[in-house]
Design a protein around this ligand. Structure first.
Ligand code: NI
Length: 168
């Protein structure tokens, strides 16, 4: 197992659109394991392959209090969505920034598991938010894209300042 480094907004590599996985192999299983380790170490609840500079459609999540219920979605796709909810979101690629985003209240997601088998899941509340947030990453989107241009510029400025401070 190894910990991966997480790209930070406004890194252009977060804008790439990830490619579907043709076949789930040991490579994807190893990546999922490393991403889970990385996510747990960073105290996150979700991580998309895009965030660790891997261009494939794979996301990991764990919303449990006990941090022992990992979920892996390969080629996730939202096939149905209903309602609306507003939730305060954060992101491991946008450290220290939290903002309210409106998303669907419930979604039905179709994906492959680590065994390569397809499954479907009905999610609502925070799980639905997390799934939508992570699939956005695979499409090159970051949650701050939903903010007003002014707010987004403020976030960008603050992060660049943080990143400079970390370098010295
Ligand atoms: Ni994120």
């Amino acid at each position: 197992m190894s910990r991966l480094s997480i790209l930070e907004f406004p890194d252009r590599r977060l804008r790439r659109v990830a490619k579907p996985v043709d076949q789930v192999t040991e490579t994807e299983r190893q990546l999922a394991t490393d991403m889970l380790e990385t996510m747990y170490a960073a105290r996150g609840i979700g991580l998309a392959a895009t965030q660790v500079n891997e261009g494939i459609r794979l996301v990991v999540m764990d919303l449990s209090e006990s941090r022992d219920e990992p979920r892996v979605f390969i080629n996730p796709e939202i096939v149905d969505r209903n309602g609306a909810q507003t939730c305060e979101e954060g992101c491991l690629s946008v450290p220290g920034i939290y903002a309210e985003v409106e998303r669907a209240e419930s979604v039905r997601v179709k994906a492959l598991g680590l065994d390569g088998e397809p499954f479907e899941l009905d999610a609502e509340g925070l799980l639905a938010v997390c799934i939508q947030h992570e699939i956005d990453h695979l499409d090159g989107k970051v949650f701050v894209d939903y903010l007003s241009p002014l707010k987004r510029r403020m976030v960008e400025k603050r992060l660049r300042k943080q990143q400079r401070a970390e370098k010295v």
